[in-house]
Design a binder for this molecule. Structure first.
Ligand code: NAD
Length: 270
């Protein structure tokens, strides 16, 4: 029987692979039989994730990496090629907001710290562009490869306060579409590029915006939930179906797209 969703032995590289969403994705893909190269900055987190995966019979390796450090990424690519021999899928998962690049409720755009704005653009945009340049080189040689970027609801509708993050994620969406055309027209239809746009999931990078120190919801979290038809935050597991579809041949004719996973937030006007 044909299985369009077969991911066995696919080599997946995931940046930010130890984050809240990234670690769920890494574990899930390994459960599906993929060989997962987990890239992240924190060695202890990376090694314990690899241990969890291998104990369950999966295949994974950890490589210390910074998504804005091209030299380190090039070394990562050599290490992955040596161990797994190819690169089928790249998930650009590293990213997030930074407190300094937000405008507090009592501040205006004129208070923006431009260095922090630049840092958040560097992480989210350059941190997608540079790994893509490094790992897509192998994909082009293979004439086969699949890139999945992580954009955000804030790319579609500018959210108050997170000015740098929104600008960077909007650029990631634009880059996704640009790159889909670039790779398909110059290197063939074996190369696909798509993005996922998660709505609101409670993770480390947005915890202080959404929860008070006692764990209760901030006013901002309450506003988000009031604007979400499902009236809750997403669970990391709820990204996995879209991820699996985009990573597999089930989406073979799909490139340059953005899939929103948000409990209806984007569609909801009043
Ligand atoms: N949580 C949400 O609601 C939400 C919504 C939309 C998009 N996203 C995106 O999903 C992705 C995963 O985020 P998350 O919510 O799991 O947050 P997270 O903070 O748990 O994970 C982000 C990961 O990126 C890593 N990272 C940060 N800077 C890095 C660098 N320079 N090099 C390498 N790794 C670096 C962090 O260490 C962390 O492991 C991010 O791109 C984020 O912007 C999250």
């Amino acid at each position: 029987m044909q299985n369009l969703f077969d991911l066995r032995d696919k080599v997946v590289v995931i940046t930010g692979g130890t984050g809240v969403l990234g670690s769920k994705m890494s574990e899930y893909l390994a459960e599906q039989g993929a060989k997962v190269a987990i890239l992240a900055r924190n060695v202890a987190n990376g090694e314990s994730l690899v241990k969890r995966i291998t104990e369950k019979g999966g295949t994974a390796m950890f490589l210390q990496s910074d998504v804005v450090d091209r030299k380190q990424l090039e070394q990562n690519a050599r290490d992955i090629m040596e161990k797994f021999g190819r690169i089928d899928i790249l998930i650009n998962g590293a990213g997030g907001n930074m407190p300094g690049a937000t405008i507090g409720p009592d501040k205006t755009i004129f208070d923006l710290n431009i260095d922090d704005f630049r840092k958040v653009v560097d992480l989210n945009l350059m941190g997608t562009v540079i790994p893509t340049m490094v790992f897509a080189k192998e994909m082009v040689k293979q004439k086969q490869g699949n890139i999945i970027n992580i954009s955000s609801e804030s790319a579609l509708r500018p959210l108050t306060r997170v000015v740098g993050y929104g600008a960077a994620k909007a650029a990631v969406t634009n880059f996704t579409k640009y790159l889909a055309i670039e790779l398909a027209t110059k290197f063939g239809e074996g190369l696909r590029v798509n993005a996922m746009a998660p709505g609101f999931f409670l993770t480390e990078q947005n915890r202080t915006l959404l929860t008070n120190p006692d764990g209760s919801h901030t006013d901002r979290a309450k506003t988000i939930l009031a604007h979400t038809p499902f009236n809750r935050f997403g669970e990391a597991e709820e990204l996995l179906g879209t991820l699996h579809w985009l990573a597999s041949d089930a989406s073979k004719f799909v490139t340059g797209t953005l899939t929103v996973i948000d409990g209806g937030f984007d569609a909801f006007a009043i």
